[in-house]
Design a protein around this ligand. Structure first.
Ligand SMILES: Cc1cc2nc3c(=O)[nH]c(=O)nc-3n(C[C@H](O)[C@H](O)[C@H](O)COP(=O)(O)O)c2cc1C
Length: 189
């Protein structure tokens, strides 16, 4: 069965970003594609150190837990990274993760190629569009396919567990999840 990996870049226990990804995952599953939500919570993700060892070793040699996430992505057909907005841009760890994931893919067997997905941003009030633009850069350079919805993939929430106050944002995410699954199903036909 085709599968989508959804990756949260939030450090919080009751993360809004994870809540949004769970809703997205539910919609993907409803449309016949498996989905798994992973999180960077509890990890300290380093930035790429340009050692190029991934080319010879086949995976990132930095020992901070990203290797397992990369292994999960190798088996996946879709990828949806999501970030809380910090000071108008994506939280640093998710960008470090994306840069290393991209480096390993490009340095090895290009496992990201033709993977379907797109980014999601969660914030109290401002910076979602720039965060989405920042994260979007990861997709086309890795031969990935970005899927749309009826608005940009952003949800407004501040305190933990408050995403339900942004019903429009959640509906955008539901439609995005549905479209991701539908495109993956089409590609598998
Ligand atoms: C260091 C820090 C910076 C933040 N900067 C912004 C910001 O620029 N714009 C905004 O709207 N919200 C900002 N927030 C609020 C978070 O984006 C918001 O609480 C979001 O729901 C967090 O998602 P999470 O629960 O998944 O971690 C910031 C929060 C923190 C901790």
């Amino acid at each position: 069965m085709a599968k989508v990996i959804l990756l949260s870049g939030s450090p919080r226990a009751n993360s809004n970003t994870v809540d949004v990804l769970n809703i997205c995952a539910e919609e993907i599953k409803k449309n016949g594609v498996d989905a798994e939500v992973l999180s960077l919570r509890g990890k300290r993700i380093s930035s790429c150190i340009a050692c190029n060892k991934c080319v010879e070793k086949g995976n990132c040699v930095l020992n901070d837990g990203l290797e397992e996430i990369i292994n999960s992505l190798r088996e996946a057909d879709g990828f949806i990274p999501a970030a809380p907005v910090y000071f108008g841009t994506a939280r640093g760890d998710i960008m470090s993760a994306l840069q290393r994931i991209g480096k390993v893919s490009r340095g090895t067997d290009k496992f990201l190629s033709w993977m379907v997905g797109g980014p999601i941003a969660v914030a109290r009030r401002g910076g979602q569009t720039l965060t989405l633009q920042e994260m979007t850069m990861f997709f086309p350079i890795n031969e990935m396919i970005i899927v749309g919805s009826d608005y940009w993939n952003m949800v407004f929430a501040l305190e933990e567990g408050t995403t339900d106050q942004d019903s429009e944002g959640l509906n955008t995410i539901r439609l995005f999840g549905e479209n991701v699954a539908k495109l993956i199903n089409k590609l598998k036909e």
